[in-house]
Design a protein around this ligand. Structure first.
Ligand code: GLN
Length: 487
């Protein structure tokens, strides 16, 4: 049994291997930990690898499968930092519902992955613990904010990982690292125990090596939770049952105006190639119009900062983590001074920028012009998507207008970083389910990906379309050969 061999298999293949008695869950965990030790010094995908992996009862549908979780998802008795200095030393007194569900499903938690502080960013460069790297290219970012989770799955350290997605943080790093990323319909997966960034947009989702695995992990995560009043009390359905439905008869909507401008040439050519191959395989390509999507990035950055400024008000130096010490040997400090010093020391630059922006857009003088206006655009956008879905089953765009960029390339230019979210934020603003599927690599050896959005609660058709993309592009089979060539 070779560790490298195991680290390339999908969740489904690993479950079959254990069923056949080829290896045990304990051996698999050992192989993954060995792979982390070998690869993570260079990648920094993990912020913590547990000495004792958190194993669970056996017999569940993910029995014996190792995974990693993002640093903003609560695990009882473990540090929960969101890769922020302000939460240093804060230990979670409870499990997030997703953590508990994976425990019940029998998965083994190996450790915690790196992320942009409080999930604010697209490159994992905003982590208090330092950046992660892209396994395909030493100088490229892995994307963000779930960059550590994406790098860990891509590099064969774990067969799947959890991420959170507020504006693309599961799907964009998945695209940059050549893995699959799913953001479920808002309300499908519980947010209980996910540290809130923007509560009306946040959703937990899996990063996996293929679409079938995304379906498998999603099935373990999804469902009503009395601890999150925004979860839906509706049957999740068997998404694996329809996943092999294939491209024939699938109506794929393409918002032409959105995909023709400001897109990297390789990304655009690859997107056209995927659509064309889907068409040849029997799918029908339909033009759709989403005029409000042009305003989606602006809308998103008004709403997410507004919600963040309110959600992050709780980090006051009293209840959680870091507290600033009194200055110059003083015995005491006032509450205001202490809170102010704690927040000044504890938050990084991007988080402060968002708190300031969010406070501004909510202020009495400006709420009408910004927050209220953005809320209206959000409604408009949802209506446009609903109308588009009258003529198609899924809507396709690239996941990101560029492949993974170089470290430092956008770090000094927040607007350039924000504009990269153009294709992902609409799914959060509308609540719709969306999926990123890798398609190929460009000449520099960087992965490219397609992004699919489906009507609310139609994860079944979304995953079927994603599986169809795998069929026509074959990246799923080629991944490891391509990766060896590029590194
Ligand atoms: N890149 C986006 C942002 O910085 C999305 C982040 C996310 O989904 N958590 O807000």
């Amino acid at each position: 049994m070779s560790g490298t061999h195991l680290s390339r298999r999908s969740v489904e293949q690993l479950l079959q291997g254990m069923d056949r008695g080829e290896f045990s869950g304990a051996e698999l965990t050992e192989a993954c930990v060995a792979r982390v030790r070998e690869a993570d010094a260079a990648l920094q995908a993990f912020v913590e690898v547990f000495d004792e992996p958190v194993a669970a009862s056996s017999g569940g549908r993910l029995s014996g499968i190792p995974y990693a979780t993002k640093a903003n998802i609560a695990v009882v008795g473990r540090e929960l930092t969101c890769c922020s200095r302000i939460l240093k030393g804060y230990v979670s007194p409870f499990d997030a519902t997703v953590t508990a569900r994976l425990r019940e499903a029998g998965a083994t938690l190996l450790g915690v992955t790196n992320m942009d502080e409080f999930a604010m960013g697209s490159s994992t460069e905003n982590s208090h613990g330092g950046p992660s790297r892209n396994p395909w290219h030493a100088d490229a970012v892995p994307g963000g904010s779930s960059g550590g989770s994406a790098a860990a799955v891509a590099a064969g350290m774990v067969p799947f990982a959890l991420g959170s997605d507020t504006g693309g943080s599961v799907r964009q790093p998945a695209a940059f690292c050549g893995v699959v990323g799913l953001k479920p319909t808002y309300g499908r997966v519980s947010r209980f125990g996910l540290v809130a960034f923007a509560s009306s947009l946040d959703q937990v989702g899996p990063l996996t090596r293929n679409v079938r695995d995304a379906a498998l992990v999603y099935s373990a995560l999804a469902g009503h939770d009395p601890r999150d009043a925004t979860t839906m009390d509706r049957p999740v359905g068997d998404v694996l049952a329809e996943i092999e439905g294939g491209p024939a008869g699938l109506r794929v909507g393409i918002p032409r105006a959105l995909v023709s401008e400001g897109v990297d040439a390789d990304v655009r050519a690859d997107f056209e190639a995927t659509c064309e191959q889907l068409r040849k395989a029997g799918a029908q390509l339909v033009d759709v119009d989403l005029p409000a999507a042009k305003a989606a990035v602006a809308t998103y950055y008004v709403l997410c900062t507004a919600e963040a400024s309110s959600n992050l008000a709780r980090y006051d130096g009293i209840r959680y983590g870091h507290r600033a010490q009194a200055q110059d040997g003083a015995q005491e400090q006032s509450l205001v001074d202490m809170t102010c010093a704690t927040r000044t020391e504890g938050f990084g630059a991007e988080v402060k920028r968002r708190i300031v922006l969010g406070t501004f857009v909510l202020s009495a003088e400006y709420a009408e012009a910004y927050y209220n206006k953005a809320s209206q655009v959000r409604t408009l956008l949802r209506r446009e998507f609903d109308a588009a879905f009258e003529t198609c089953d899924v809507i396709a765009t690239p996941t990101s207008p560029t492949p993974a960029f170089l470290r430092g390339e956008k770090a000094a230019d927040p607007l350039a970083m924000y504009l990269g979210d153009v294709y992902t934020v609409s799914a959060n603003l509308t609540g719709l389910p969306a999926l990123s599927v890798p398609t190929a690599c460009n000449e520099a050896g960087l992965p490219l990906a397609i992004h699919l959005t489906a009507p609310a609660m139609q994860e079944g058709i979304l995953l079927r379309a994603g599986r169809a993309v795998e069929h026509v592009r074959g990246f799923d089979e080629d991944r490891w050969t391509l990766m060896e060539k590029s590194s």
